[in-house]
Design a protein. Structure first.
Length: 201
């Protein structure tokens, strides 16, 4: 169990009606093993709320990062049957975002720019490995389907002699309906770390 997830959140998930959780989130529940199966980004995760633990099926030998675990548990707890709105917003457009997403909670897009600098082609290759789909924004941009109900776009601009390279993240406006700001931050950290880690999964 990750130290960053309070045990009460696993207990809350264990007390939920699995059928209702599956309907809200699009996940699957295995009654025999008492675990949820949820596809997140490019892997399948098994969540055992009674134990509690999370296993990654595609990278079973690797521990699930704490920030990703936070996102997964809270997504199962709070996701709603919301229609994807198709309107992209930044973290600052989420209610409370301008105050929250700064200082220690600034989204760490520098993890991406430090890796790729002005190498747009390398950024694109990495995003395609992670199942990103090209969208027409910035100098390069890719859309990732984090879950069936949560798309995210990562944009990249090359730098020049006046401005350094820049990366940004956009979310579908429907995210405002169900994810708390700290959970959005946890998801964003995982995205930045994964894209900024060339050669890894």
């Amino acid at each position: 169990m990750t130290d960053l997830i309070a045990p009460i959140h696993y207990r809350e998930l264990a007390d939920k009606d699995p059928e209702a959780v599956c309907r809200r989130t699009g996940c699957f529940y295995d009654k025999d093993r008492q675990c949820y199966e949820l596809e997140v980004w490019d892997d399948v995760y098994h969540i055992y709320p009674h134990e509690p633990r999370i296993e990654c099926q595609g990278r079973a030998s690797q521990a699930v990062h704490e920030y990703l675990s936070i996102f997964i548990v809270h997504y199962l707890l709070t996701a709603v049957e919301a229609v994807i709105e198709g309107e992209w917003i930044s973290e600052k457009d989420i209610p409370g975002g301008p105050t929250f997403f700064r200082g220690p909670h600034a989204i760490p897009t520098d993890l991406i720019t430090r890796t790729y600098q002005n190498d747009i082609a390398a950024f694109g290759r990495r995003c395609r490995v992670l199942r990103g789909e090209t969208v027409e924004m910035g100098d390069a941009a890719f859309r990732f389907q984090m879950t069936g109900r949560l798309p995210v776009v990562v944009l990249y601009w090359q730098g020049d002699e006046d401005f350094p390279p820049e990366a940004r993240m956009l979310f579908d406006r429907s995210i405002c309906r169900f994810l708390a700001l700290d959970v959005v931050f946890a998801l964003a950290v995982e995205i930045c770390a994964r894209i900024g880690r060339p050669g890894g999964k």
